[in-house]
Write a new protein. Structure first.
Length: 309
């Protein structure tokens, strides 16, 4: 009787234990706010709505090709990784492990480890070469820090127009076009390492080579019997700063005249009158702007004078 009672009791305990172990083990969700700060400390957080009790965190550190280099199991949501080589790309993956020893899904972060505080972050060199009107900048950091730079900021300052353009590149060379002929530029390159850390800016001065202007334009034309009045438009100063010397109106074989121009910053329409023409005649004109680089492409036009003035 006693023995049978004991059997039932043990059985009951056993069923109870089976029942307990049948409860779903808690599978944790993902961590948030995974970051690596400049002190080489990786931190993350368990979201406030995590339903499992977290026992530890699994951290995998792998290189770009996917090879896992380090595995850590830590109790607190932080890991100091001072031993990692500087300026190399790593993927950090963190999983939560619940008190039921279930590992949740991982969250990853790709980072280039930051340069040490004593790294030399100034450019080793910056060169400028002209390719027609365009220029090519090329630069580099000292070899050992090249891998540290995440990208470079290239600053293009047009001193005459007081205009700044910023460009970002991961390359160490940049072709810059659409520069204004005869304008003065300062070009600067800065290496950017982390969100806050960047090297000093290295600059180079440049004056763009002379280039001919676009063909002149006609803002107004009024032919009469023996003369024709024109208003000519010249290439704007902010698209070509090279000094303009003259405007040639070639009506060969009847006439070929050149007008000297006092160049000025606001190149307002230029009024000109050609006289001594014959009434009722057709003239074919080729008009060029002459500047420090030479003759612009021609504007070709036909003029028909009227019967009388
Ligand atoms: C993650 O960071 C954001 C902004 O810093 C903060 O508002 C949020 O509470 C953090 N998440 C957790 C789970 O602490
Ligand atoms: C992955 O890259 C590391 C160096 O970053 C190298 O040691 C390892 O051999 C590479 N593994 C494979 C499979 O390419
Ligand atoms: C040239 O421009 C002036 C000033 O705007 C104007 O008075 C004149 O009529 C124009 N001449 C022609 C030929 O369009
Ligand atoms: C017209 O004159 C310009 C110089 O003023 C000269 O360069 C050009 O050749 C002349 N055109 C002709 C057809 O002679």
């Amino acid at each position: 009787m006693t023995s049978s009672f004991r059997t039932v009791f043990v059985l009951a305990l056993f069923i109870c234990a089976i029942h307990q172990s049948k409860q779903e083990p808690c599978e944790p969700g993902m961590i948030t706010n995974l970051t690596l700060n400049d002190n080489y400390i990786l931190t993350w957080q368990t979201p406030a709505d995590e339903k499992c009790e977290i026992q530890s965190y699994l951290v995998y550190i792998s290189t770009v090709n996917g090879t896992v280099h380090y595995t850590y199991n830590v109790a607190l949501p932080r890991l100091s990784i001072h031993t990692l080589p500087v300026c190399q790309g790593y993927t950090f993956r963190v999983h939560q492990v619940s008190t039921d020893s279930v590992t949740g899904l991982g969250w990853s972060l790709y980072m280039i480890t930051p340069p040490p505080s004593d790294a030399s972050l100034a450019l080793d060199y910056l060169t400028l070469t002209e390719e027609d009107r365009d220029i090519r900048l090329q630069w580099s950091l000292e070899d050992q820090w090249v891998a540290c730079a995440r990208r470079y900021r290239v600053l293009i300052y047009n001193e005459d127009a007081d205009e700044i353009t910023d460009l970002y590149t991961i390359s160490n060379t940049l072709l810059i076009n659409n520069l204004v002929p005869c304008a003065h530029y300062t070009l600067g390159v800065t290496a950017i390492f982390t969100l806050i850390e960047e090297g000093p800016t290295t600059t180079v001065e440049h004056t763009v080579v002379d280039a001919v202007t676009a063909a002149p334009g006609v803002a107004g034309v009024r032919p009469e019997g023996t003369r024709v009045n024109f208003n000519w438009t010249l290439d704007a100063y902010n698209s070509n700063r090279c000094p303009i010397y003259s405007l040639v109106i070639d009506g060969s074989p009847y006439f070929n005249v050149s007008y000297d121009i006092q160049d000025q910053e606001n190149r307002t329409p230029l009024p000109l009158t050609i006289t001594g023409l014959s009434p009722n005649s057709l003239y074919i004109l080729r008009v060029n702007t002459i500047n420090s680089a030479g003759s612009s492409p021609p504007l070709q036009m036909a003029i028909q004078t009227s019967a009388s003035d």
